[in-house]
Design a protein around this ligand. Structure first.
Ligand code: ATP
Ligand code: MG
Length: 580
């Protein structure tokens, strides 16, 4: 696994410079290219079919980018279809959030549909299959049906109701629909083959009775189609040419084809690719919902969540997520992608775009004793060294500044190049200072560092002198109190799919995944944050706090207090992970 990830990372670095049109086609693109070349279709239609029972996560983003991306690439279109066939778990809140997330990712669907739009058609087709002797009403209990299905090594047994007459089936199914029977008393099953090697083909369920209101159809229906009976037919109604789903559905494909074939309707085809798994996180909606409900995270959009709204709040951009989806590629075999690949994508982008500021997370006061008390000097700093057009900004320098507490060590080891007693260090964009004196409180905690500065060492003054360390700092008079939120992996275990059976995934929650720091930031950065409308706009400026990482204002920012989320650190933690 590690080797795979390492290889992928290398490959990704190489691929990073290639544009979409230069890289080799993935297997789905090859299929589509060939289908179009052979004139099988004039143009392609794909769909993204979420079940509205939770918020979308990064795995869905992969599927969205794939479906919409294929249509864009081959001049086709993509529908958004809500797979709302299960009335007990679905809510309008989820429908809205799903639409918002897809929109935010930058995709526009051709048509917005609901599987429930097709309930009537699906019902009529079920009657058609009954009339063809291909479906029957079964009165067995759920348990009896399960028992009758047999095992992988032994054939199933036929239901005693399997050979009901077409008339009786038609009548019973109509009465099921009319609400004459209680939940669980009867089901409609396809009549295929109880000895079929593929268990899913052993007379699969088509309809079950559920007397529950549906988020769209209300109480119109009390029978609801199963996924396998609904999905292919919905695809067919919309003339989906390439119905792309995740690998675990490959065993469903014969059934998908069987219904379409027996009904003689538009031949949509299903193709499978490996679902996206990411280290240090879980991706099932059920588990994510559980984390939210149990208060283990602060909502669906908690920046530690792998949800699209969480990543968005954290500061990921739509383009960084699209890049990630592209880099991950389309695999035919399951794998686990290192979460640092996602960070790599936003880091690359931010490195190009993010203006640079300074912040101090754990401030200690530093007084420059030979600097005039009232004086303010402005140091020149490039807003973004990666972008010559970005220009410079003025960084105010005064007698009292703050530096990072851990940039000073009273008794440092050899390789410590930051500030030490009697030692020199350069203040980024500013002077070289020397530590002359340390002031401590009664507990021995350092409360102030007294330093002198070398007036000759101002950058650009002609006599450049270099010292080993450079540290960031903020003028005390100009710093703005800010809240800074630092995030770590949500789970301590990289491969959450492989945890022992006697363990619960929640046992692996990282207690240190959120660290809230009351620190100081540059007033210019605070002004950037102040401009951010608290809410969900993604016009928020991503900034770099030098040496600390890339940050974005959080929705909790108020006029009084900026709140910043760390999107990622400046350096990749990947190399470290690999060595460990
Ligand atoms: P979950 O198990 O996380 O709840 P799901 O597959 O039940 O996911 P759906 O709403 O049914 O969620 O999925 C909508 C589409 O997104 C489907 O086509 C599904 O295959 C795809 N999808 C879901 N999870 C992933 C993933 N991890 N990687 C790639 N595609 C995914
Ligand atoms: Mg599903």
């Amino acid at each position: 696994m590690i080797t795979f990830v390492r290889k992928l990372f290398r490959h990704m670095n190489e691929e990073a410079t290639k544009t979409t049109s230069e890289r080799t086609l993935n297997f789905l693109e090859e299929i589509i290219r060939d289908d179009l070349a052979q004139g099988k279709y004039d143009s392609i239609v794909t769909r993204f079919p979420p079940e509205p029972n939770g918020y979308l996560h990064i795995g869905h983003a992969k599927s969205i980018c794939l479906n919409f991306g294929l249509a864009q690439r081959f001049g086709g279109k993509t529908n958004l279809r809500f797979d709302d066939t299960n009335p007990t778990k679905e809510e309008t809140e989820y429908v809205d959030s799903i639409k918002e997330d897809i929109h935010w990712l930058g995709f526009r669907w051709a048509g917005e549909f609901y599987a429930s739009d097709y309930f009537e058609q699906l019902y009529l087709w079920a009657h058609e299959l009954i009339a063809k002797g291909l479906a029957y009403v079964d009165d067995q209990t759920q348990e009896e049906i399960r028992m009758g299905r047999g095992t992988v090594t032994s054939p199933g047994t036929e239901s005693p109701y399997r050979n009901r007459s077409i008339e009786e089936n038609t009548d019973l199914f109509t009465r099921m629909k009319n609400g004459e029977f209680p939940d669980g008393s009867r089901v409609l099953r396809a009549k295929i083959d109880m000895a079929h090697p593929n268990m899913l083909m052993r007379d699969p369920l088509m309809y079950r009775i559920i007397h529950t209101d549906h988020h769209r159809t209300g109480n119109t229906w009390c029978i609801y189609p199963m996924y396998d009976y609904a999905h292919g037919q919905c695809d067919s109604i919309e003339k989906i040419t390439h119905s792309i789903c995740t690998l675990e559905f490959d065993v469903h494909r014969p059934l998908y084809d069987w219904f379409i074939d027996k009904l003689g309707i538009f031949p949509s085809h299903q193709y499978e690719f490996a679902r996206l798994n990411i280290t240090h996180t879980v991706m099932s909606k059920r588990k994510l919902l559980e984390l939210v409900k149990a208060g283990l995270v602060k909502g669906w959009d908690d920046p530690r969540m792998p949800t699209i709204c969480g990543l968005r709040r954290r500061g990921f951009t739509p383009s960084s997520i699209r890049l990630f989806a592209e880099k991950v590629g389309v695999a035919k075999r399951d794998n686990v992608i290192d979460i640092s690949l996602m960070e790599w994508c936003i880091r690359e982008e931010s490195n190009k775009n993010a203006p640079r500021y300074m912040a101090v997370l754990d401030p200690v006061k530093l007084v420059i004793t030979n600097y005039p008390p009232e004086q303010v000097e402005y140091m020149k700093a490039p807003l973004n060294p990666e972008d010559p057009d970005a220009g410079n900004r003025d960084v105010p320098f005064t007698r009292e500044i703050f530096i990072e507490r851990n940039d000073f060590m009273e008794d440092p080891p050899k390789k410590f190049f930051r500030l030490r007693p009697g030692g020199e260090v350069r203040l980024k964009y500013g002077y070289i200072i020397r530590c002359e004196n340390i002031i401590k409180d009664e507990n021995g905690k350092i409360t102030e560092l007294q330093c002198t500065y070398d007036p000759e060492s101002r950058p650009g003054s002609g006599t450049w002198r270099s010292v080993k360390g450079t540290i960031h700092w903020l003028s005390a008079a100009h710093a703005v109190k800010s809240e800074i939120r630092l995030f770590e992996r949500l789970f301590t275990e990289p491969y959450m799919g492989n945890i022992p059976e006697n363990k619960d995934y929640k046992d692996y929650l990282n207690p240190e995944s959120l660290q809230i720091v009351q620190g100081l930031t540059d007033r210019d950065a605070a002004a950037v944050a102040g401009k951010a409308i608290p809410g969900k706009d993604d016009t928020r400026t991503r900034i770099q706090f030098e040496r600390l990482g890339y940050f974005v204002p959080d929705y909790d920012t108020t006029k009084e207090k900026p709140v910043f989320n760390r999107i990622c650190t400046l350096k990749d933690s990947f190399a470290k992970t690999m060595k460990a």
